[in-house]
Design a protein. Structure first.
Length: 350
């Protein structure tokens, strides 16, 4: 990696930390923050890479708007200095139609080969950014929905269209789940499910840990069909991503025996778990209630009678209410009373 973005505050530091976290060499001779010559940095980075026989070099440059002629000229000079095999135009999908104008200006001033979309949340603004491909005749290669490397993936136009139309993106959700859950764990859970063994809090905890690897709850649920609807959007926006952390703390405060058989969780045990996890007894009670619902859902799925939960793992489907909120229980439906006094007397047995 070559840190040639010397404009944005802490851009060099941020890229350095990223390089260290993934074990990739970085060339960052300048601290940045508005000082230094990005053209010289890019050129020296290529020379260093050649001397070390690196086969791939990525030069990170400063972001720029179409109206900034000075930065546009700088980008053109960097391109001439390093003669890249490919130039990727990175655009924030949240700026909507402005992304199209910026892309057009960059294509005319510098030229590029493909597009990378960031902050892609699948709403109308993301859809507007897709017109970049039509305007510039350049393909969109990659897309990112967050700041983690796991949020960065190939761009699939059919999946994006499905999200915009409110049909969800189950294929991407399945791929992310496959990456988050290792093969041995997935096989063991599948065999347990097929054999009819009971779903335990140990399994629940494994699912929670896998979901944390997949990203935020809002990102995961945003891939489901109907995620663009007002009701679903409101529910997704109200989610607390620390919920999984709190839930994990409660389950980890239980003994192995309690996780395998939550029916033994009496009042004193629940009080001990609450103290050990730093949560309240009410939160522990709510988690146990939600877990019981997850067990029932697993039995329904096993019996082929499953009709709820939108195909979510039990940890996700039952993890949406907050821990501090009681589980909603539907009160028994009262029988309607007849408006005719004589008929009502007969109904009431008088």
């Amino acid at each position: 990696l070559v840190a040639a973005d010397l404009q944005r505050p802490n851009a060099v530091t941020q890229l350095t930390l990223l390089a260290q976290s993934i074990g990739v060499p970085i060339h960052a001779p300048e601290p940045g923050n508005g000082s230094g010559n990005p053209v010289a940095v890019a050129k020296s980075g290529i020379e260093l890479s050649k001397s070390k026989l690196f086969n791939v070099v990525i030069v990170d440059t400063a972001g720029r708007l179409g109206i900034d002629e000075e930065l546009m000229q700088q980008a053109s000079e960097i391109k001439r200095a390093v003669s890249p095999d490919e130039v990727l135009f990175v655009v924030d999908a949240m700026i909507g139609q402005d992304a199209v104008r910026t892309a057009k200006a960059f294509e005319e001033g510098v030229g590029f080969d493909a597009v990378v979309l960031t902050k892609l949340d699948g709403d109308a603004k993301g859809g507007a950014a897709l017109s970049i491909a039509e305007t510039t005749k350049k393909p969109i290669l990659f897309a990112s929905a967050g700041e983690k490397l796991t949020d960065f993936d190939y761009f699939y136009p059919d999946r994006m269209a499905s999200r915009i139309l409110g049909l969800g993106d189950i294929a991407t959700l399945a791929e992310q789940a496959k990456r988050a859950i290792d093969g041995d764990t997935a096989k063991r859970l599948e065999e347990k499910f097929v054999a009819g063994e009971e779903f335990t809090l140990e399994d629940f905890l494994e699912q929670i840990q896998a979901m944390k690897k997949m990203g935020s709850m809002s990102k995961i649920l945003g891939l489901l069909p109907g995620a663009n609807s007002a009701a679903m959007r409101k529910q997704i926006d109200s989610l607390d991503d620390d919920e999984l952390i709190r839930t994990q703390a409660i389950v980890q405060s239980m003994t192995p025996t309690e996780r395998k058989n939550p029916k033994i969780l009496n009042g004193s045990r629940r009080s001990r778990i609450a103290k050990g996890s730093g949560r309240t007894v009410t939160e522990v009670n709510n988690l146990v209630d939600r877990f019981s619902a997850a067990q029932k859902m697993m039995k329904q799925m096993r019996g082929g009678n499953f009709s709820g939960g939108m195909g979510l793992p039990p940890a996700m489907a039952t993890g949406m209410p907050s821990l501090g909120s009681p589980v909603n229980k539907v009160p028994p439906k009262k029988k309607s009373r007849s408006g005719n006094p004589a008929k009502r007397a007969i109904e009431e047995g008088r």
